[in-house]
Ligand binder design. Structure first.
Ligand code: ZN
Length: 275
């Protein structure tokens, strides 16, 4: 069989549209405010994260990669201010459309691992989680708090910054939040295709929330997905979940105590577990 003729060269004047260059990522300006340079968390932070601009940029890029298609990356956020200060809990994010503020506890940072790699991973994980909040959609503030937190930890998990105490587990509620919901979203992403969580986030842009979103994306209602997921973990979803013993346990490290909606989204993580 003779070789196929070579395709004709593309003539710039022939009406074939040139391929546009990939859109550049709108990286915001990063500002830093440190309250009390004598706090031991400051030295720990600088030791673990010597290149803060790169760390912040990496957190933004992780948010873009796992929650947006290249053509839907939001460009509204112009500045992210990181505030390092002494406070309870771990971190929270606040702000408005163009300006976001991430408050990160120096007390928490001071208690991070003495192993530099582990400390850097934990700090970067928290930064990724909070930066996700700077961008993610929330269905006019109606998205359940547990799903908001689960999406933030999903990005943290996919980016490789999961916390050492995280465990993949089921339980009663798919929207229990944080790592519980993050692993569930990862399972959905694996089962229904890369980009499913991008579509989930996109479905909450300027729209009201309804859990039918899950059925639209996967063909199954979220309660059914949760049952299948729990079975995949060896749990029997038809049996009642045993009540855990009182006291801090693997699921008690973080509790959401405040979550407002809209652009004024604020949240705070309380860590009950001593680190
Ligand atoms: Zn959060």
């Amino acid at each position: 069989m003779p070789p196929l003729p070579a395709p004709p060269p593309i003539n710039p004047g022939s009406g074939v549209a040139p391929v546009p260059p990939p859109p550049s990522e709108p990286i915001p300006t990063f500002d830093l405010r440190v309250q009390d340079l004598s706090h031991p968390g400051v030295a720990k932070f600088n030791w673990a994260v010597p290149k803060l601009n790169d760390a912040m940029k990496g957190a933004v890029q992780a948010s873009f990669r796992w929650l947006y298609a290249p053509e839907t990356i939001p460009a509204d956020v112009q500045t992210i201010l990181l505030v390092l200060r002494s406070m309870d809990g771990v971190a929270y994010t606040t702000g408005h459309r163009h300006f976001k503020e991430i408050h990160f506890s120096l007390d928490y940072i001071a208690k991070c691992s003495e192993d530099r790699d582990l400390a850097a991973k934990e700090i970067q994980g928290v930064l990724v989680h909070e930066v996700v909040h700077c961008y993610q959609y929330n269905a006019h503030g109606q998205c359940p708090g547990g799903l908001i937190e689960g999406i933030a930890d999903f990005v943290r998990l996919q980016a490789g910054y999961e916390a050492p105490h995280w465990k993949q587990k089921g339980g009663e509620k798919w929207d229990a939040g944080y790592s519980t919901t993050a692993y569930f979203l990862k399972w959905i992403e694996t089962r229904y295709g890369t980009g499913t969580v991008i579509e989930l986030n996109e479905a909450m842009k300027d729209r009201d929330y309804h859990r039918r979103i899950f059925k639209k994306l996967t063909g199954r209602p979220v309660r059914k997905l949760w049952k299948i997921y729990r079975r995949s973990l060896g749990e029997n979803p038809d049996l009642p979940v045993p009540v855990p013993a009182p006291g801090p346990g693997p699921g008690d490290e973080e509790k959401l105590v405040d979550l407002g909606g809209g652009d004024e989204m604020q949240e705070r993580l309380i860590v009950a577990k001593d680190l």
